[in-house]
Ligand binder design. Sequence first.
Ligand code: HEM
Length: 126
Amino acid sequence: KQQGSLYEAIGGRYVLDRLVDAFYSNVSNHPDLIPIFPEDLTETARKQKQFLTQFLGGPKHYTEEHGHPMLRARHLPFTITKTRAMAWLSCMEDAMDEIELEGPAREEIMQRLTMTARNMINTPED
Ligand code: HEM
């Protein structure tokens, strides 16, 4: 097990900000995700930067501003199928490729995001 947080391991705020920006650029172009995301992703990206920072062991900015994440509950208003969860994860993999995030930290982050994404599924496929 590595020392320190995954947040520090990937390079902190600078890398996380670039990852989230690349991710939402991909989301905004993904046909399976466009229907459920707002057109303007500025605020969504701002919250996701706060959330992923604390998810990876950095400062708890999300909870300070928004309270307990309750991620599954916050996603219930949206139709999240397995197809959409896979799309979300592929946008994240592509974002990691784009910013050239590599190595064991990447693998560990993707494992954790995969478990979380599975947990967000709230609707069977049509
Ligand atoms: C918000 C979709 C997985 C973290 C949202 C929103 C949508 C969405 C539509 C609302 C955007 C807005 O109105 O601003 C999805 C889909 C997923 C998924 C389709 C596929 C499984 C995840 C995962 C995480 C996550 C895995 C965390 C690792 C968040 C956060 C917010 C959010 C932090 C902002 C919540 C807030 O409003 O405070 N997501 N999401 N999502 N999502 Fe996801």
